[in-house]
Unconditional design. Structure first.
Length: 280
């Protein structure tokens, strides 16, 4: 057991410098220009949501949920941002040197799916979704209001806080995976995860709905380890919007509408993953 803990800790610790550097950049963007970025959602709509969601910051999905509840942005914009959101996936991929091509492909595919899904919701399914908006809504609040970062001065402390929090998740994920592999064996674990099975994106899409960064960490680590395919990680991370989904159910009182949104996201994400699985 001690060897498993030591191995998981060493593997996780190697990512710390890369994670810290990534979160310094993220915090700088959030503190310096988050308000302008969110305001841009209204101007650029679905396209803006798809691009903004690519920034590895769950606060954007939280803010988007509140904006949608106030009908400041359309359903398609919300869906585009949710689908393009990858939570902790990009920082984790950045912490693994040699993954630049994978990151660029990953971001490009996610943006494409988000744009198609967003425009589909706004222009072809208007009767299915509520797309009404209003000019005046609630004041845009700090993107990271639920994590306490707004109480910190500067960007170093919040970046360090996020880095340590994610390090804990990564360490625990690595440890759990190591224990599972040790107990079950690689072949049995792969069978459980439907390795090389065309229906793997279906399971990954369900995992993605876990409402915190643990889902993105698990899916990304499994992809890096070769346990799930590129199509599956795309499906799983397209359904995952961090705590944004929880905030949506809290802020938007229309339960049926919320269920329609997550159902639509799941179907689009899984079908996209299956298509990639077939092509690749």
């Amino acid at each position: 057991m001690w060897e498993l803990i030591e191995h998981a800790f060493i593997d996780s610790a190697k990512m710390l410098p890369f994670l810290f550097a990534a979160y310094l950049v993220i915090e700088y963007i959030e503190h310096k220009s988050s308000g302008k970025l969110i305001q841009g959602l209204r101007k650029f709509g679905v396209l803006g949501g798809a691009i903004l969601g690519c920034l590895p910051q769950c606060g954007f999905s939280v803010a988007a949920s509140n904006l949608y509840a106030g009908r400041i942005i359309t359903t398609g914009t919300l869906i585009a941002l949710f689908i393009s959101t990858s939570d902790e996936a990009i920082p984790i991929l950045l912490s693994n040197p040699g993954k630049l091509n994978t990151i660029l492909l990953f971001i490009g595919v996610k943006i494409l799916i988000a744009i198609v899904a967003g425009f589909g919701a706004d222009y072809f399914l208007k009767e299915f979704f509520l797309t009404a908006s209003k000019e005046n809504g609630d004041t845009i609040q700090h993107l990271c209001k639920d994590c306490g970062c707004e109480e910190e001065d500067g960007i170093i402390k919040p970046a360090l806080k996020h880095t340590l929090n994610i390090f804990v998740f990564i360490f625990l994920t690595n440890l759990v995976l190591s224990i599972l592999i040790s107990i079950l064996g690689e072949e049995n674990l792969s069978r459980i995860l439907l390795n090389d099975n065309i229906f793997q994106p279906v399971l990954a899409g369900l995992i993605g709905f876990i409402p915190n960064c643990a889902a993105s960490i698990i899916l990304t680590q499994l992809f890096i380890d070769g346990s799930i395919s590129f199509g599956s990680v795309i499906a799983g991370l397209s359904t995952g919007a961090g705590i944004g989904l929880m905030v949506l159910f809290k802020a938007n009182q229309n339960l049926k509408e919320n269920i329609k949104i997550i159902t639509y996201i799941y179907i689009v994400s899984v079908l996209s993953g299956l298509l990639i699985q077939i092509i690749v």
